[in-house]
Design a protein around this ligand. Structure first.
Ligand code: OGA
Ligand code: MN
Length: 288
């Protein structure tokens, strides 16, 4: 069956049909997928049955993989895989329990944020036959385009600081059962500074690169002004007209562009409802 692309009727996202990711993907099919990724920013591949090796092999077609700094939640045999789960083994979380608590993009706190993540669903909680734990994605490109010329001018040269330590303090302040970064982890991810309007390295299109999860403040503004501008921009990016809401099925592989989009998870489930997904994260290039 030939690979085909089926765009969603939202600002971003498309389903790719006719591709079995567990098998080697030929050059022609890969080119179709790669073009669709640039165009739609979020791609869904349904009904996949992947081993960690197959998940990694497909991800590597797009480039090198990160080993996540939160190494306590990397897969023991395949450190390129990050476990995203609410499951506990005795008292210990087996994966990141709070991935996506706030709107964010993966690794935006690094000098070279990720160019994409590939998340594979193995266990999805449900209630009365309806899946729980949806993930929403916002188009930072459509959001940028919709800004007034006045705001575009105001933010054109602004930069912001991004920090994983800040994100974790926020989680703990909000009552999440989390730990601060270790000294080694902290040393790997010092605060990064990025312009809040980025040109997506994949497409050249401008996008709004601030997110509520990782941004500490806008450089050079008074605290109050920075807070207000960030709140306004964060509200703007996540308006319903820019958002695709993904309802998970077991066997979904979802991949997204971490510069052109932002995402947030729904926490409407709890143990004994189990959620277990595996993620690979693509390396990116240093952003301005
Ligand atoms: C992630 C993430 C959200 C979710 O894996 O990067 O934010 O719904 N996940 O699991
Ligand atoms: Mn994420």
């Amino acid at each position: 069956m030939a690979v085909s692309i089926h765009p969603f009727d939202t600002a971003l996202g498309a389903e790719v049909r006719g591709l079995d990711i567990s098998r080697p993907v030929d050059e022609e099919s890969f080119a179709i997928v790669n073009d669709a990724y640039k165009k739609h920013s979020v791609l869904l591949f349904r009904n996949q049955e992947l081993t960690p090796q197959q998940h990694i092999a497909f991800s590597r077609r797009f480039g090198k993989l990160e080993i996540h700094v939160l190494d306590q939640w990397c897969h023991a045999d395949h450190p390129e895989i990050l476990i995203v789960s609410n499951i506990k083994d005795k008292d210990r979380h087996i994966g990141v329990p709070h991935a996506g608590r706030y709107w964010h993009t993966d690794l935006s706190y690094m000098v070279a944020p990720s160019r994409g993540s590939l998340l594979y669903a193995i266990e999805i909680p449900e209630q009365n036959g309806r899946a729980l734990g949806d993930t929403r994605f916002a188009s930072a490109v459509a959001a940028y385009d919709a800004l007034s010329e006045e705001i575009k001018k105001r933010i054109a040269d602004l930069s912001a600081t991004f920090s994983l330590a800040h994100h974790r303090s926020k989680l703990m302040a909000d009552g999440a059962d989390e730990n601060p970064l270790t000294a080694e982890q902290q040393a790997k991810v010092p605060v990064a500074v990025h312009k809040i309007v980025q040109e997506n390295p994949l497409t050249g299109r401008k996008c709004l690169f601030v997110n509520e999860g990782h941004v500490v403040e806008i450089v050079g503004l008074a605290q109050e002004e920075s807070r207000e501008l960030l709140a306004m921009l964060s509200r703007h990016v996540t308006k319903p007209e820019f958002v695709y809401r993904h309802r998970w099925q077991v066997g979904d592989l979802l991949m997204w562009d971490n510069v052109a989009t932002q995402h947030i998870a729904e926490f409407d489930y709890a143990l004994p409802q189990r959620r277990y997904l595996l993620r690979t994260t693509l390396e990116g290039v240093a952003l301005a």
